[in-house]
Design a protein around this ligand. Structure first.
Ligand code: CDP
Length: 788
């Protein structure tokens, strides 16, 4: 799409430099830990060394003698106010602090409040907790076996460890299609626990003003409004009423889904501030963040794909065990316990599909968050893109050809999937063909054949993913009953400058820039003159926040709709000023002019001034509007990625030689920002494919609980990404835009795995679970007798 506005106005399609960057790159950002309040106290947390244990006693005597320590808060303290348990966003319950037993290693056991951070840490060391270890359940399959210890003894009627069973699709029809299939391939896949590892850990400052009875919490949250409501619902009975709660999300250093849940530390800090009447700061350290905050993934998948001899895919059947840890603390919309996993039919025209997911409790930290992924879409995409390659291998077909044969054809959109989604728009073969051309696919296949003859291991992997973002139509999507719309309020000042406030919250995605560009696009006011504000519940309109790439599809749309309301009023004012009928006016970005007499015009700035100085009699003064946007559907971005790898036969190391990513997120607001989103997303896709995993030993001890063991990719490990795009607008979004933030994280891992398996397929290798570490590959090479 060619930009409709000039670069000076900076509407859609301009790679405008980010308005937030001068602040951030000069170290002038304002993150929670930058905020210092007079008289502020510090919270540090005692954590459990055991994964499952009874608490026999907590002795705070020694801790209270540490200089600077003022108080120790335990579950018993909170239980007096009935605040020791809280709801999770999935309507499960989670401990704030335990009164009876701990359920995972690193669980919060007590809070120590002191005059400085170091005194609080010394106090934590001095708290004496007497534990009585209990049997630990780590393996989710064993958790479901008869006789397994029931973990949630707090739930009176709970007789086992199953959280939910969820299924979707036509089981009988799918079974019939499998029975009639020429070819059936089956594969087990494990998608391990991983962690978002954002640069900034979680934290807050709770500041209770005893005189006003007002609680202000500066906190690292992606969803400040929802958090305010949760606080009001949970603590209303102790006098915290919603109008007296203000949540402020200042600058946030990465969220990726990990800053959606309410962590116990937030609640303990609030309780401490209310009790002590002083501001209380809590900032997690890196290991606490990695060990105790919500994790992502942990899906054990059994997948089956049925096809005809000619490669036509006919049916998909998936059975999954989801390990949720000790509480279901995912942030999925409430009707979707397995998130949007039912996007697992992907980019392919399946007539039949059936998927089922069982959620299970184990002695691990709670979660199942949407880590840079729209609620389990990464798991779904990994499954279908791996299965497509497994089928190609079985049929001895080229995986690109198999994809092109089975793609939903461009003319079939809007497309109703076998599992019930209505895909808005797509052109999958255009994206794959573009990626194939960019990378020189045919030549690479020839090169691979030659290298194979020389015993060299080179692989080419494809992922042609379909995403589903922008939750959501409020008819189906809510979190704790709060509908998933989003909002924007725009005020135009008399001199034609504007402030736009949104219900979302950027964590680095560049909303201050792109939202200003949306207003510029719709009103012709230069983006430089549009101030964007998010994250303060006292000023921003109510919204559900930023996660799962919903900002552009939902709040961005609200921005366009609010701007259009303003344009409607501006038209009336222009008609008044120009003394013509509204029907005689034409709009071009920035001004209304009279049809046939373009020199007779009023700019949006002149109209804004008139809105306060010379508006028509009978019309309200001012120029502002608010929109609460309820999207009619989700948006379905997509892309095709191709990865080329070389494998070292001596070490098993996988080297990514090239990686081409062709993305389609409909119309683009800021191409530079989208490119940045994709670069970051690809690196976050590389990470679980090759490096990252959190695992536990049989006693529930975390392995990978520090960055010594949990390997994040650095610039050294990251290849040079080659990106391009196709543009297939969303037909229902007011700007034709789709979300993009998570596409690359969702799409990249299977491209990498497919490339590695492709390099080893002639040795009989069909699947490798992520992360594909050099050790795993080397063992395979040794097994196959090709290790050097
Ligand atoms: O919800 P979140 O901001 O994480 O995801 P998003 O809506 O996909 O947007 C990520 C960033 O890319 C935002 O700054 C968007 O405005 C920008 N974007 C864009 O410029 N054009 C699109 N079609 C989609 C996103």
């Amino acid at each position: 799409m060619e930009p409709r506005t000039t670069p000076q106005v900076g509407g859609m399609g301009h790679s405008m430099k980010r308005k937030e960057d001068p602040r951030l790159i000069r170290g002038k950002g304002n993150f929670v830990d930058d905020i210092q309040l007079p008289g502020m106290l510090y919270l540090d947390i005692v954590r459990s060394p055991f994964a499952h244990a009874k608490i026999k006693s907590i002795n705070a005597e020694r801790a209270l003698k540490v200089p600077g320590v003022l108080a120790v808060i335990t579950g018993e303290t909170l239980a007096k106010y009935n605040l020791h348990w809280m709801p999770t966003l999935m309507s499960d319950t989670q401990m704030v602090l335990p009164t009876e037993k701990v359920m995972y290693q690193a669980q919060e056991v007590a809070g120590v409040i002191a005059t400085d951070r170091y005194a609080a840490a010394d106090g934590v060391e001095a708290v004496e907790v007497d534990y009585d270890p209990l049997p630990v359940v780590v393996d989710p399959f064993k958790a479901l076996e008869p006789g397994a210890p029931v973990l949630r003894t707090d739930k009176k009627d709970k007789k086992d460890n199953r959280i939910f069973h969820w299924e979707v699709g036509d089981k009988a029809g799918t079974d019939r299609a499998f029975a009639a299939a020429d070819v059936v391939v089956k594969q087990d896949l494990y998608i391990p626990r991983i962690h978002v590892s954002s640069i900034e850990t979680c934290g807050c400052i709770a500041d209770f003003d005893r005189v006003e009875g007002k609680l202000t919490v500066y906190m690292t949250t992606q969803a400040p409004h929802a958090i305010r409501t949760v606080f009001a619902l949970v603590a209303g009975h102790v006098g915290l009423s919603e109008e007296k709660i203000r949540i402020v999300s200042p600058d946030i250093g990465g969220g990726f889904g990990g800053k959606v849940p309410v962590y116990p530390g937030y609640v303990i800090a609030v309780a401490a501030s209310v009790v002590l009447g002083k501001p209380v700061k809590w900032i997690e350290d890196r290991m606490e963040n990695l060990q105790a905050d919500s994790f992502a993934r942990d899906y054990h998948i059994k997948a089956e794909l049925a096809a005809k001899k000619d490669g036509t895919m006919t049916a998909l059947r998936i059975k999954t065990l989801a390990d949720h840890g000790y509480a279901d603390a995912a942030a999925n919309p409430s009707k979707f316990p397995a998130g949007l996993f039912s996007i697992c039919t992907g980019s392919y025209d399946f007539k039949n599909a059936f998927a089922e997911v069982d959620g299970v409790y184990t002695n691990k930290p709670p979660g199942g968050i949407a880590y840079r992924c729209s609620f389990r879409v990464t798991e779904a995409v990994h499954t279908i893109e791996r299965m497509t390659d497994v089928l190609a291998q079985e049929l001895k077909t080229d995986p690109a050809e198999l994809r092109l044969k089975n793609f939903i054809p461009a003319e079939k959109f809007p497309y109703k999937s076998a599992l019930g989604w209505s895909y808005d728009s797509g052109n999958y073969s255009a994206a794959l063909k573009k990626a194939m051309e960019m990378i020189g696919y045919d030549a690479l296949r020839k090169e691979q054949a030659e290298r194979r003859k020389r015993g060299e291991l080179m692989g080419i992997g494809i992922s042609s993913f379909t995403e589903i973002v922008g939750a959501g139509p409020s008819k189906h999507f809510d979190i704790l009953g709060i509908k998933m719309f989003d909002s924007c309020e725009i005020r135009i000042h008399p001199t034609g400058k504007a402030i736009a406030r949104f219900g979302t919250k950027s964590q680095g995605q560049g909303h201050e820039t792109t939202y200003a560009q949306i207003v510029a696009e719709e009103l012709g006011i230069p983006a430089a003159h549009v101030e964007v504000e998010e994250g303060d519940t006292d000023t921003a309109p109510y919204g559900l926040g930023t996660y799962a790439s919903r900002s552009t599809p939902v709040a961005g749309a609200a921005g366009a709709m609010a701007a259009r309301k303003i344009r409607d009023k501006a038209k009336k004012i222009a008609a008044h000023l120009l003394e013509v009928s509204e029907d005689d006016l034409v709009w071009e970005p920035g001004k209304f002019s009279v049809k046939g007499a373009p020199q007779r015009a009023k700019t949006i700035q002149e109209i804004a001034f008139a809105a306060y100085t010379n508006h028509p009699q009978g019309m309200e003064a001012g120029l502002e509007a608010v929109s609460y946007y309820d999207p009619p559907n989700l948006t379905f971005p997509f892309g095709s990625y191709i990865c080329v790898v070389d494998i070292d036969r001596g070490t098993g190391e996988v080297k990514i030689r090239r990686f081409v990513a062709v993305d389609d997120c409909g119309n683009i607001i800021n191409p530079m920002i989208v490119d940045g989103q994709i670069h970051g997303g690809l690196t976050m896709g590389l990470a679980p494919a090759l490096f990252e995993e959190i695992s536990y030993d049989e006693n529930g001890n975390i392995q990978g609980g520090s960055f010594m063991d949990y390997l994040l990719p650095t610039a050294m490990e990251t290849p040079s990404w080659e990106t391009d795009k196709t543009v297939t607008p969303s037909p229902h979004h007011p700007l034709g835009a789709k979300g993009v933030g998570e596409s690359a994280t969702v799409g990249a891992p299977p491209a990498i795995v497919n490339a590695v398996v492709d390099a080893l397929s002639h040795l009989g290798v069909r699947h490798i679970d992520i992360p594909i570490t050099p050790e795993k590959v080397w063992r395979i090479l040794k097994d196959k007798g090709v290790a050097e």
